[in-house]
Design a protein around this ligand. Structure first.
Ligand SMILES: Cc1ncc(COP(=O)(O)O)c(C=O)c1O
Length: 381
């Protein structure tokens, strides 16, 4: 079975993790600052705080931005659920706006139309590694006096139209390092902090509210345990060393898919570069199946042909918890709902060979041809 994702790990990862293990400094040791500094340098960002997950990072970033109980925060319904959940941790409310069908991101224009007097912030997501219009969100935030936190969890290496890197424009932004991400530490995340003060606050809140120079038992604010271990940081340092190769390999695999699937009728392929000139960092390879094709049956049929695939992503507002809590219904965000019905993540990782891509493409072609024949027959009957 060809899996959907597989991390690239090698001798360097083993070496650094083993060295760290043998050093006896398993947490709050020297690897933490080493990883943070190397990550900030790769991005050209002033400060970075490593945390235990992207979710933890988004939680701390929204707190640092000033989220408060009763606030409305404008965000995408077509995202991993964490980007909306973090607002509920602070008793704020995610206000969804519909996505663009091509980029699958929300736009500043759609967000502007949803601003009310209760809106305190904007949380755009660079979904599937394609940069949202951050300059537009920055302008909207400045005009309406809102805070801005970028969810860059899936977009390490993505480039905006003006050449700036996603997450490196001076806003609070958050990366994630779960095993399917461009860079992995198993679990982990990184908050990019515009100022030293914000970094100090996040460093303290990830460590139970203790300031770096405080005694062992004193804490001067509410905090959490969102620390990232030195073992995970060691993994992250080794991954960062090979990041350019990982990103190049991901682009290579995406180009192979584009070649192999380009002529499949009705299937919409993800764009590498958008009309605005922004460039995707390849995180997943998600195609939109033709309208009317049964996606779940397609997944089963692909599995029978040795290919794993995933429905990706379910719209957040239609998840049972969100329906129950906020009364969301079908039809509110048609583009997000259409994407969440039709999107399918194919196997995608840097070591995928040309032969494996051909196998996946052949299986998908086969399954879709079959389902077209089946649906024609059922119309005839
Ligand atoms: C868009 C987005 N936001 C937030 C997260 C949360 O990151 P984590 O799973 O590390 O908590 C993820 C990770 O899957 C993500 O893809």
């Amino acid at each position: 079975m060809i899996p959907v994702a597989r991390p690239v790990l090698g001798e360097r990862e083993e070496q650094l993790v083993l060295e760290t293990l043998r050093s006896g400094r398993l947490s709050l040791g020297p690897r933490l600052a080493e990883f943070e500094d190397a990550f900030a340098a790769r991005l050209g960002a002033p400060h970075a705080s490593a945390v235990s997950s992207g979710t933890a990072g988004l939680h701390l970033a929204t707190r640092a931005a000033g989220i408060a109980e009763g606030d409305e925060v404008i965000t995408s319904p077509f995202s991993f659920v964490a980007s909306a959940n973090v607002m509920l941790y602070e008793r704020a409310r995610p206000v969804f706006v519909d996505i663009d069908p091509l980029t699958l991101n929300i736009s500043p224009e759609a967000a502007a139309a949803a601003v009310t007097e209760r809106t305190s912030g904007l949380l755009p997501v660079h979904i599937f590694g394609y940069p949202a219009d951050t300059p537009g969100f920055e302008r909207l935030a400045a005009e309406r006096g809102l805070w801005l936190v970028e969810d860059t969890c899936e977009s390490l290496g993505a480039v905006h139209a003006d050449g700036t890197l996603a997450g490196a424009r001076g806003n609070l932004s958050v990366f994630a390092f779960y095993a399917n991400k461009q860079l992995t530490t198993g679990e982990g995340g990184m908050v990019i902090c515009p100022t030293a003060d914000i970094k100090a606050r996040i460093d303290s809140e990830r460590n139970q509210g203790r300031a770096p120079d405080m005694g062992w038992l004193d804490h001067d604010r509410l905090g959490f345990n969102y620390r990232l271990s030195d073992l995970a940081c060691a993994l992250g340092i080794a991954q960062l060393e090979r990041l350019e190769m990982i990103l190049a390999d991901r682009s290579r695999v995406a180009a192979l898919y584009e070649q192999a699937l380009g002529d499949l009728e009705g299937v919409e392929l993800p764009i590498a570069t958008g009309p605005d000139g922004a460039r995707r960092s390849w995180f997943v390879y998600v195609v939109k199946l033709p309208d009317g094709v049964d996606r779940d049956a397609t997944i089963e049929a692909l599995r029978a042909r040795g290919v794993d695939s995933k429905p990706y992503l379910p719209a957040i507002h239609l998840m049972s918890f969100y329906r129950q809590r906020f009364g969301h219904r079908e039809g509110e965000f048609p583009n997000a709902e259409d994407a969440s019905r039709r999107c399918l993540a194919l196997p995608f990782f840097p070591q995928l060979t040309e032969g494996e891509v051909a196998q996946v493409a052949g299986a998908l072609r086969d399954v879709l041809t079959q389902s077209t024949v089946d649906s024609r027959q059922s119309t005839v009957r």
